[in-house]
Ligand binder design. Sequence first.
Ligand SMILES: NC(=O)C1=CN([C@@H]2O[C@H](COP(=O)(O)OP(=O)(O)OC[C@H]3O[C@@H](n4cnc5c(N)ncnc54)[C@H](O)[C@@H]3O)[C@@H](O)[C@H]2O)C=CC1
Ligand SMILES: O=C(O)C(=O)COP(=O)(O)O
Length: 667
Amino acid sequence: MFWSQLVASLKSDLVQILAHFSLRPSSLNRSNVLSSQMRQSKDLMSHRAHIRKRHNTPLESATKSSSTTITMASSPSSTLLSSRSPIKPTSLSSLKWKLPISLTLPRHQRRRGSPAFIVLSMDAKPTVLVAEKLGQAGLDLLKDFANVDCSYNLSPEELCTKISLCDALIVRSGTKVSREVFESSGGRLKVVGRAGVGIDNVDLGAATEHGCLVVNAPTANTVAAAEHGIALLTAMARNVAQADASIKAGKWLRNKYVGVSLVGKTLAVMGFGKVGTEVARRAKGLGMHVIAHDPYAPADRAHAIGVDLVSFDEAISTADFLSLHMPLTPATSKILNDENFAKMKKGVRIVNVARGGVIDEDALVRALDAGIVAQAALDVFTVEPPPKDSKLVQHENVTVTPHLGASTTEAQEGVAIEIAEAVVGALKGELAATAVNAPMVPAEVLTELKPYVTLAEKLGRLAVQLVAGGSGVKSVKVTYTSARAPDDLDTRLLRAMVTKGLIEPISSVFVNLVNADFTAKQRGVRISEERVILDGSPENPLESIQVQIANVESKFASAISESGEVTVEGKVKDGIPHLTKVGAFEVDVSLEGNIILCRQVDQPGMIGTVGSILGEENVNVSFMSVGRIAPRKQAVMAIGVDEKPSKAALKRIGEIPAVEEFVFLDL
Ligand SMILES: NC(=O)C1=CN([C@@H]2O[C@H](COP(=O)(O)OP(=O)(O)OC[C@H]3O[C@@H](n4cnc5c(N)ncnc54)[C@H](O)[C@@H]3O)[C@@H](O)[C@H]2O)C=CC1
Ligand SMILES: O=C(O)C(=O)COP(=O)(O)O
């Protein structure tokens, strides 16, 4: 669609663009489709590699002139235009497009003679499928950025059909986002937003395997859920629902509906997280004695509001009231079962605004019939909606609401905004603060780590390219040298990027922060991490990153360190990642463009000899650095080149008598 629009409607714009950059096309062809992930990547060299890898089709040259080869690849919302000869970085603001096109020149193109790429992005928005009702404020936010398709009550089959046309999906608790959904998306689905807390309806394993980020809205409905818990607690204790129904049925049963008091009773809050804490606070206000059970909650947080954290058995055996606020996980599934009901005080009352699945519902019916449980008030059920003839729902001592915990006007507006912001951010490629299946990296940490993230990926790419074919990468060690305390340095993002660098050049998998660990594990690559703590100022997060691949042969023997691993090390200097060590050799070359590593006998004239071969081939050298063991002994020369030298040029370098080995590395 974009392609035909571009070529048909935008010919004059395109001509303007090309003329602006001194490119002279005669015709243009569609060459391939970019995925939206690729669109987000700034590294257009890897864009091209991805197109080739993922679609298994070489990019076609659209047109050739004596000086220029222009290639185009398009996606629904962007087109990549590349040229083998330099594009002059002139002011783009002077150009006026007829259609809403934005144009980006990658940063590295500002350097003289870089390979030329332009990304044309048309105002084609990503598509967000909103599968359950979402507050208007959230929809408005989404519409500013994306095409929003609100389709409620889709069957699983309809969802699977629609999903292949969507970049993001937003659900509440009523939609199962199963493995089939991810499989049906054909790789297009990048984000699932859960407009609420519980993510038990999303197959997180499948999301991770498909590199799809899952975000939730963890804070906006906390108070609503807590208030609903308290509403159920008080309504249950005073038989409000039953009494209401009886009056409406024409009865006046003042003796039947005598309730119980809350003041002075013990309430056990099971799950002392956000909702549990708010319930505890409110219950204290009602004069209840509140205890809590939560294996992961800090005792001081509980003490601060006058709550004692106790064991599971103590909680269930001493409570007059139990209020459930833990997530549904394999560990909490049916945690209230026959065995545990038997440990409870006779006449206990239970509130559940967590998830139906944390209670064995058949066991609860038995406990109600036996009088162990006097009453239950339930907002959530194992199957929602529960069957009409459910014994539990129909039980006269049970009060029910149809999963209303988060359903206040205020909470729904808040949740809608929270999830819309998270989804838009994720679609823009920002790291999400509420990611459920990827490391959460706060924005300020991310800004600080940015150049190290690039360094980590490039070191991974370099290291794997130094491995001789057939060696099989299985064991990788990443060493971070830093003056920061380990708690101050979150390396998950860096590890993910090393993994990306290691795996992408040798596979067709697209690796991102979400699926990096999974992908490494699946491919049998063990990545271990080590910290070396330096004395000194922790102003910079890291001094250096080293990547070592063990038990492999190298195609560049000098890359093997004394301890036998392929080793590369790098630093960030003035915000730019540098390669600083290869094997035992110190070098210093900025990690941009490509690198030739050359081992030679240290002697005068080497730099000039190699430099002139590259010059004759019109290959621009960006950086050169020589690391040597001792004068006139072996040395490793690292040469940064903007273009890939031809085979003939590389052969000529190899034939220089003093050169013992060399390798070309694509960054
Ligand atoms: N009915 C409704 O509409 C709503 C229901 N919820 C449910 O409430 C749950 C809690 O929500 P939040 O408090 O916001 O989540 P949260 O993550 O802040 O709190 C959950 C707490 O449960 C604890 N926990 C985990 N395993 C446990 C176990 N085995 N035993 C006891 N505690 C355990 C965790 O340590 C955590 O402190 C959600 O997972 C969701 O399922 C949340 C909002 C609305
Ligand atoms: O946030 C939660 O976990 C909830 O259970 C609320 O679910 P809902 O968004 O109302 O379907």
